[in-house]
Design a protein around this ligand. Structure first.
Ligand code: PEP
Ligand code: MG
Length: 755
């Protein structure tokens, strides 16, 4: 903004205006400063008893002057007064103290510098410069604003009368993970966490809590009875009947009563009692008992949500979509209710790479992540507005604000990208941007510019049925998928269940550490029936459609896993041929997502036709940080320089053995992720459907050479933060369209401050 000469020129001009002007001096100074400093808004606020009043401004509507009043206790102006310091923000809307004032259109301003105006050591006002673009302030900028604030202090008086406080829509900065926005009433799917506010709060005494529990118990009982009567089929009726019995089990009621007597709240008593009984069931390694554990947890959840105000049950009849605020939500909830019921998701302490997020992406449900602290501020909220791209939550938004926001942030329909051809860099280097899917619906009406399904997660079909899907059901499903894509390659991944994806029909036993346990092909190779059924279905679908099937092996850890699965495929092909179905062997690929598989690449190359890197799991095992655990999210970041170096090594190894390699982890679907991967040498990326068009736009704005140079730098530095700093520098030198720059900046902010 200002160099030293400029600084002197501006301050001397302001000083002379201060000395010579009388009427409207502050307004004149603001009018002068806006072009002189190349900023877009200059404002002066005066501090009143209960509020801050705008007393001079250039940039907003003039009618706001002396009429706009902000309540004390919120917003950036308040933050400056509270700290007594100059505040410089490259992206103001990302600051936690930022509050949106409707009518001002402030969210379009990004860069921000504000400083207190002191008179005799007391803060009497605030001077603010705002910029349309992000703005990094220099020492000169700070010196300038502080000098000007000193010069104008004589003109800042307490407002005569405090205007009525302007209606301010509070904004919560969340982490945006699935784009799109939605406004709706709130339902909660909350389980009490250890250490959460409800868990810490003692009960209100035995009598009161017992009465609360009894009431919830009766309500839940009649609700379950009613549901049972309306059950769509016998199986559903049986399950609900079993839940009813469990809820009335004297042992459970005894345990609840015991906890209530020890001064627990009704919520605590229900949680503790159901967990204790579930643990008892889980400790018996018997399939039936494992299932009972899941049932008892469900019963607990129902009682708990009936106890909480605005429980899910109260609103479950509603046809209108809602915003679901949830913690520790099992993927089953999303699979059952997600697409029809949830217009947006606010997930508490969820990891960005969890399967819930992957599912939300595939279902196109706008999603943000918040912290437990932020959850507190949503307890009394009826309605929420959620923007999953910018990570914005507005509790109880005013209709006028929603209208304005929706108008200025319209979403683009997929059909408007029909002009897209192949994805190319500015210099014409081609990339293949494939798509990740998991449901049949994901691959319907695929536009021409999506060239392939780079990863189809087959496990979600197993979640939707109580019994194992039959060969016929799987064949029908895969046939639909292969025909829907009209000849484009489809990489069907062999069932990758376990860890955080445990379909009930597979009856996983409880393990201390399931992420390192019996999951994916480790589990399948013990039970040949499921894998044979699945392979037969895949190959029969290929035969029926004359499709372009590729089979992908997940969680490859050792050589013999691949050789055994390859033998299985060959056996199934032979069996099918004997049955009269002549099918060519489809390409077989191995996932590189366990570190031990990296050095196996040269050996595996003789058995597979392609490799596919699963960065989600690879990172989890590389940094030894559970991808679903928000406590270690600071470690679970792809931008560790050595992780990037590892990816580079994988790319090189695949090149050396002449096998194509793609990336299908979530990193490929992030804007910075795809740029870095391109610079590392990867040319085939697979991501969720909604991200593809945006990536086309981004890649067309960049040449390969600068990306390679950037990557050469970031693999050399010591820390993830240094990597991010390099990315920030790269962004600053890059002349991008504003909307792309905003998305890249917001992604970078999320990477820098992951929690
Ligand atoms: C991965 O691990 O990167 C991957 C694509 O598989 P999933 O996320 O389904 O584990
Ligand atoms: Mg994986």
């Amino acid at each position: 903004m200002a160099r030293v000469n400029k600084l002197l020129e501006v301050t001397s001009q302001v000083a002379s205006m201060v000395n010579t002007s009388t009427e409207g001096a502050l307004d004149k100074i603001c009018d002068y400063l806006k072009p002189a400093l190349n900023c877009n808004v200059v404002s002066v606020y005066a501090v009143a008893e209960n509020s801050f009043t705008l007393i001079a401004n250039t940039g907003f509507k003039k009618s706001h002057v002396n009429n706009l009043s902000l309540k004390k206790g919120r917003g950036l102006v308040n933050h400056i007064v509270a700290t007594g310091k100059t505040l410089c923000l490259s992206e103001a809307t990302a600051h936690l103290a930022f509050y949106y004032v409707h009518g001002l259109g402030e969210e379009k301003y990004h860069g921000f510098i504000g400083t207190p105006i002191y008179k005799q050591k007391e803060i009497i006002g605030v001077l603010i410069f705002q910029f349309l673009k992000k703005h990094d302030s220099s020492i000169d900028d700070i010196a300038l604003i502080e000098t000007i604030s000193h010069l104008i202090s004589g003109y800042v008086d307490k407002p005569q009368a405090e205007p009525e406080v302007t209606n301010v829509d509070s904004k919560i900065s969340a982490r945006g993970v699935v784009q799109g926005f939605f406004k709706g009433s709130v339902i909660k799917r909350l389980m009490m966490e250890d250490g959460s506010p409800e868990a810490m709060q003692p009960g209100l005494g035995y009598e009161i809590e017992k009465e609360r529990f009894d009431e919830a118990f009766e309500k839940s009982k009649s609700f379950l009875k009613e549901l049972k009567e309306k059950a769509v089929n016998r199986e559903a009726g049986d399950i609900l009947g079993a839940h009813l019995m469990m809820m009335q089990d004297p042992k459970l009621l005894e345990k609840v009563d015991g906890h209530l007597q020890q001064n627990s709240s009704a919520e605590q008593a229900v949680t503790k009692a159901t967990n204790e009984i579930a643990d008892m069931f889980k400790s018996i390694s018997d399939e039936y008992m494992q299932l009972r554990a899941a049932d008892v947890i469900d019963v607990g959840r129902r009682l708990y949500s009936t106890l909480c105000p605005k429980s899910s049950e109260e609103e479950s009849d509603s046809q209108t979509k809602v915003v679901c605020v949830a913690n520790r939500m099992p993927p089953t909830v999303l699979i059952e209710e997600g697409p029809s019921k949830f217009g947006a998701l606010v997930l508490v302490e969820e990891n960005v790479y969890s399967h819930n997020i992957i599912l939300a992406k595939s279902m196109g449900i706008p999603t943000v992540i918040i912290s437990s602290d932020q959850l507190m501020s949503l307890f009394e909220v009826d309605e929420l507005f959620v923007d999953g791209e910018l990570g914005l939550i507005v509790p109880n938004p005013s209709p006028i604000w929603v209208e304005e926001y929706t108008r200025s942030h319209h979403t683009t329909e997929e059909s408007s990208f029909n002009h897209l051809g192949k994805c190319k860099t500015k210099g014409g280097v081609e990339l293949v941007l494939g798509m990740n899917g998991g449901f049949q619906k994901d691959v319907e009406n695929l536009p021409d510019w999506i060239p392939e399904i780079g990863l189809f997660r087959t496990e979600f079909q197993f979640f939707t049925s109580a019994k194992l899907p039959t060969e016929e059901q799987l064949t029908e499903n895969y046939t639909k998928i292969l025909s829907a894509v009209k000849g484009r390659p489809v990489t069907l991944r062999i069932l990758d269940a376990g860890a955080d994806k445990q379909p009930p029909c597979l009856h996983f036993v409880r393990e201390e550490n399931p992420v390192l346990g019996d999951r994916s092909i480790r589990f399948l190779l013990k039970d040949s029936e499921v894998i044979f059924t699945q392979l037969r279905a895949m190959l029969r679908a290929q035969q029926a459609t004359n499709g372009n099937l590729k089979i992908l092996i997940p969680m490859v850890t050792v050589y013999e896993e691949v050789s055994r699965i390859r033998d299985h495929i060959i056996k199934v092909l032979r069996d099918l041929r004997r049955e009269g179905l002549a099918i060519k062997r489809p390409p077989i690929g191995a996932m590189i997502e366990v570190p031990s598989s990296i050095n196996l690449i040269p050996k595996l190359a003789s058995m597979v036709d392609f490799f596919c890197v699963g960065t989600n799991d690879l990172l989890q095992y590389y940094v030894a940080a559970d991808r679903t655990n928000s406590l270690v999210q600071h470690l679970y970041q792809w931008c560790h320089p050595t992780f990037l170096l590892t990816l580079k090594g994988i790319c090189r190894s695949c090149e050396e053995v002449n096998r194509p390699v793609s990336i299908c982890g979530e990193m490929a679907g992030e804007m910075w992720g795809s740029l870095v991967l391109t610079g590392l040498g990867f040319r085939v990326l697979s991501m969720d459907r909604q991200a593809i068009a945006r990536h086309h736009e981004l890649i067309a704005q960049v040449n390969l050479r600068p990306l390679e140079k950037l990557v050469a730098k970031i693999v050399q530095v010591n820390t993830a933060l240094e990597v991010l700093e390099q990315l920030q520098l790269f962004l600053e030198k890059w002349n991008l369209p504003q909307d792309l720059e905003d998305v890249l900046q917001s992604e970078l902010n999320n990477l820098m401050y992951p929690s």
